[in-house]
Design a protein around this ligand. Structure first.
Ligand code: SAM
Length: 284
């Protein structure tokens, strides 16, 4: 029988039997509120016809809810000590593959090809907070054939990721998220829902991947420009671009004028179409 992974005494018993202690370094805050995982699974497309990639399975509390609903789950976990735990807690589920790996080093396109033939694919995860942005950037930039990414993230990160481009909260990761997907915050999750409890609150975000991406001729330059601009976000766009990309002030001034962007604007004020117009003009 599947153990109740929302019950702290059950969790402690299993973990102590396996000699496991939580690693702060790996962002190990396990969900213990019984209502959160079913909500993530339902919102995250875990249903018939779907294969789900879970990043950071922990001891499997979310994996169980995904496996109950989807055709197949690949649960990725980097911590070797948790692999045995997962084999125990997920013993009743024959549609789960536990994969011991660092998600940042995995070829996810290959994984999808090998594990999910004939299925639609979605990512569902309670992400390790210390690498939220690198993981999401990898998921976006790998152009995976996935429908959506549903993730539990630190609240501030969720706000930044889902902010409209051109507002105070927006940054380079906002532009990337918006470029590849339509993101929204689904619901908040308080720190008390985790064991051990982190010192920040969280939220669940969902990114529906765009079928058609914005029309940008030189994507590599576009993202280089965006990353550069936002590392100097307090400066004017003009100075931020000249400083970060080492470009000539006259050339940048001309490009900004051509793109219809005020010379005293700040990077965070630029909307997506303005960023695209600027990158096209700088590229000419
Ligand atoms: N899914 C579980 C839950 O909701 O209780 C655990 C979530 S916990 C926030 C994040 C998990 O990601 C931890 O189990 C941690 O060991 C794992 N993790 C950390 N870095 C990882 C990486 N680079 N690749 C795969 N898993 C990772």
């Amino acid at each position: 029988m599947t153990p109740n992974l929302s019950n702290p005494s059950v969790i402690k018993e299993i973990l102590s039997r396996h000699g496991f202690t939580f690693s702060k370094k790996l962002g190990q805050n396990f969900l213990i509120d019984p209502t959160v995982c079913p909500r993530i699974a339902e919102a995250g497309n875990a249903r018939e016809g779907y294969g789900i990639i879970e990043i950071g399975a922990g001891m499997g509390v979310l994996t169980v809810e995904l496996a109950k609903r989807a055709d197949k789950v690949v649960a990725i976990e980097v911590d070797h000590r948790l692999i045995e735990v997962l084999h125990e807690t997920l013993a009743d589920f024959h549609n789960v593959k536990v994969l011991e790996a660092d998600v940042l080093k995995l070829d996810l396109n290959k994984l999808i090809e090998e594990e999910f033939a004939g299925l639609k694919v979605a990512v569902c995860s309670n992400l390790p907070y210390y690498i939220t942005s690198p993981i999401l950037m990898k998921l976006f930039e790998s152009r995976l054939p996935i429908e959506s990414i549903t993730a539990l993230v630190q609240k501030e990160a969720g706000v930044r990721l889902c902010a409209p481009v051109g507002t105070r909260e927006s940054g380079a990761v906002t532009v990337a998220a918006n470029y590849y997907s339509e993101g929204k915050i689904l619901f908040n999750v308080s720190r008390g829902c985790f064991m051990p409890s982190p010192n920040v609150d969280s939220c669940v975000v969902k990114f529906d991947m765009r079928k058609t991406l914005p029309d940008v001729k030189n994507e590599e330059f576009f993202f280089k420009m965006v990353r550069g601009m936002f590392t100097q976000r307090r400066k004017t766009t003009l100075n931020a671009i000249c400083g970060s990309l080492g470009m000539d002030k006259v050339k940048v001034t001309e490009a900004m004028t051509e793109a219809g962007i005020a010379l005293n604007s700040r990077p965070e004020q630029l909307k997506m179409d303005e960023l695209i117009a600027l990158s096209e003009a700088l590229n000419r």
